[in-house]
Ligand binder design. Structure first.
Ligand code: ZN
Length: 459
């Protein structure tokens, strides 16, 4: 066979694998950790990343950043030899990726009727859970669909409104925009459950005085695909830009899909995003090309007219960080975001309370400062275009020990500390004067005082 024929056979075998919809095996795949310590080392890593021969768990490479690279068994010798030859130290942090995937897919032998966050739910299970929760709390919870995905799946969530006030304070929570970050939907469903069922007075306060719009999986096609086909899938499942990725040594399904968190129309495609369909950070051919990103933006624009929209939280993993907008600015330029100093303080104080729970440390800053510069993300758009005051992107547990493959036993502690952080953040925001929440009794007194004042003025 000549080269062309071999290529064809390879392409066909890849195509067969895809149409058979087998779950991609990561048997014996290793994850390496490399921390580039100079600009030269960064350049070497960037060239390796551009070759697309290996799967980078970290989207972007920067000096002193913790870069995790997943390598197929057949390529491990070549990979290790290359980094030895250029004198860059590396270390294996995960010996067998598939072993961790299997652990994540495990279900407890006996499961209670109610979900207890001791395993990861599939998309259908999350949607069934939403139906169950809405039925049990029909007086305060409503099921909401904000649109459909590329493959026609509904993007579903819950609106929680305890007091049915006119002009309420409003918050929105987004989960699962990146398919493989399974801890994100597991956190967001937990927040819904806490808001509806917790007896903690602080949780009750936050749940009942703010109208919440919460969406555990805004990329339903991608999330379903991580259960059916490929655990490491990140993007949506758009086929618009389908090209062969074989020249990169990647299966062609890699070119399907757009990174929804690079597709939003705020400084779109300016930095930290790719115009190559085979890249994990492919931003799409135009801003808002995807129905999922459009659905989120349209919904934000709708609900912000229904009251005072104060909050937008997006949940990702991993790194243990609270990212403050805007993701493309660092240094003195962070002040481009209105109320940056307040957002920073609110997050730092929130993360103190988060740490008090289980000792977990989160870093706070813009993405460009503490991770890498990025453009076209949902939360930057919410801040920069929708002009919502308090906006964050959370990178949940861990810092790379398991990465995207966080064991089920760590879901609950992760969720508990996030709740502690969120409660404090709401308190600090209120303390800084962003809004006031008055109890029913206080409101009655206030309107009586206004009534008397009006009478006096009329006299
Ligand atoms: Zn993410």
């Amino acid at each position: 066979m000549n080269f062309k024929e071999i290529f064809l056979v390879l392409a066909i075998s890849v195509a067969i694998t895809i149409t058979n919809a087998e779950y991609v095996s990561y048997d014996q795949y290793k994850v390496y950790k490399i921390v580039p310590s100079s600009d030269t080392e960064v350049q070497i890593l960037l060239d390796v990343q551009k070759s697309n021969q290996y799967l980078f768990w970290s989207d972007i490479v920067a000096k002193n950043s913790d870069v995790r690279i997943m390598v197929a068994p057949a390529k491990q010798v070549e990979f290790e030899k290359y980094f030895e030859s250029v004198n860059i130290p590396m270390r294996v942090v995960i010996e067998d990726v598939q072993k961790l995937i299997n652990e994540q897919l495990q279900r407890p032998a006996t499961r209670s009727a109610k979900y207890e966050w001791n395993y990861y739910l599939s998309l259908n299970e999350i949607y069934a859970w939403i139906d169950q929760v809405v039925e049990e709390h029909a007086d305060v919870a409503t099921a909401v669909t904000i649109g459909n995905s590329v493959e026609g799946r509904p993007i579903r969530g819950i609106k929680i409104d305890f007091k049915k006030q006119v002009n309420p304070i409003i918050g929105m929570i987004e989960g699962g925009i990146h398919a493989r970050e399974w801890i994100s939907p597991a956190t967001v469903t937990y927040i819904i459950n806490e808001f509806l069922t917790s007896s903690d007075p602080e949780v009750r306060f936050m749940a009942e005085n703010i109208v919440w719009h919460i969406f555990p999986v805004v990329n339903p096609d991608g999330y379903a695909y991580t259960f059916s086909d490929n655990r490491m899938w990140r993007k949506n499942r758009s086929r618009f830009n389908h090209t062969s990725c074989a020249i990169y040594g990647l299966s062609d399904d890699i070119s399907n899909g757009i990174d929804l968190n690079r597709n939003f129309g705020y400084v779109w495609m300016s930095i930290g995003a790719s115009d190559i369909p085979c890249a994990e950070t492919f931003a799409g051919h135009v801003e808002f090309s995807e129905p999922e990103s459009r659905a989120i933006a349209n919904y934000v624009n709708t609900i912000k007219n229904e009251g005072r929209m104060m909050y937008y939280f997006a949940f990702h993993s991993y790194s243990q960080m609270v990212l403050v907008p805007y993701s493309h600015v660092a240094g003195a330029n962070v002040l481009e975001a209105p109320n940056y100093a307040d957002m920073f303080e609110i997050a730092v104080r929130g993360m103190d309370k988060l740490k008090a729970k289980h000792g977990t440390e989160y870093e706070v800053g813009t993405s460009a400062e503490i991770l890498y510069p990025v453009s076209g993300s949902s939360f930057d758009w919410v801040k920069g275009v929708a002009e919502i005051p308090i906006v964050y992107l959370f990178e949940l547990r861990d810092v790379g020990e398991f990465g995207f493959l966080l064991p089920p036993a760590r879901i609950i502690p992760n969720n508990q500390e996030i709740m502690a952080g969120l409660i404090e953040m709401e308190k600090v925001t209120r303390g800084l004067g962003y809004y006031d929440i008055v109890s029913g009794g206080e409101r009655a007194v206030a309107s009586f005082v206004l009534f008397v004042l009006a009478l006096v003025a009329a006299m």
